[in-house]
Design a protein around this ligand. Sequence first.
Ligand SMILES: Cc1ncc(COP(=O)(O)O)c(C=O)c1O
Length: 300
Amino acid sequence: MLQKFDPRNENILVHVNGQLVPRAEARVSVFDSSVQGGDAVWEGLRVYKGGIFCLDRHLNRLFESAHALAFQNVPDRETIVNAIRETLRANYMDDEVHIRLTLTRGEKITSGMDPRLNIRGCSLIVLAEWKPLVYDNEYGIRVITSSVRRNGPQFLDSKIHHNNLLNNILAKIQANVAGVDAAIMLDANGFVAELNDTNLFMVKDGTVLTPPADVCLAGITRGIVIELCKQHGIPIVERNLSLTEFYNADEVFATGTMGELTPVREIDGRPVKYVCGEFTARISKHFRAFIPANCISILP
Ligand SMILES: Cc1ncc(COP(=O)(O)O)c(C=O)c1O
């Protein structure tokens, strides 16, 4: 499904390095580390009815990613939270909003990859857009398997939520060429890691299963789904899973901030047995009920 331009986003204000600027003027320097080397970390957050969902979990992952990449002069939590709130309030945004929060290593004194060329500290971008859930969570999505492997800790640890997204983009191009919504990325051993943009779960004989977060992104939504299963007595197992197991699953669903829980209806041309079956529907209901108590207000 190709996202369309939403005219409500035509005149939004974007927070760039401490200033709110109109969309058309929102930019970083050509010397910025994100331009020079994709040297940045990011989070995707969602706003529901006046609250930012799981803000602390997202900021924890952002700070851990920045620390792993040895960023210097990282803005503190309060500065980032204020920037997010200011952006939402300036745009009168309080629901059905997606925030792309990006922290780059900052502007360099000359082009190059060496972090010692960064003397000005990080660049912070808060891009909030009107964006309802990106997939139709009743119809579901069709996926193929990509030939591009998901990076694991032996190359680039997926515990860092970084902007080097070319593996995932190449996988997405394969999905586009195949005329489907997303692509499954395997790990170096051929087990399923995740989709190019979301985590994957399957259900078999009453048990929910998902790959361990060794190679896939440790998604916030993924973590919540695991917690909710445990809390509601739904058997949940994290283990290596092959494509054959996914082909023969009773239900398959993807998870992510962009789309919450999205049923998968077809994998590599094989129809999934039940689309939005009993477990997907039950867990989605628990997830919807989890949202209100886990949003922090946009107001200070
Ligand atoms: C590759 C990948 N997998 C999964 C996810 C879902 O993660 P979350 O639930 O934290 O949005 C994302 C979101 O950024 C992603 O980029």
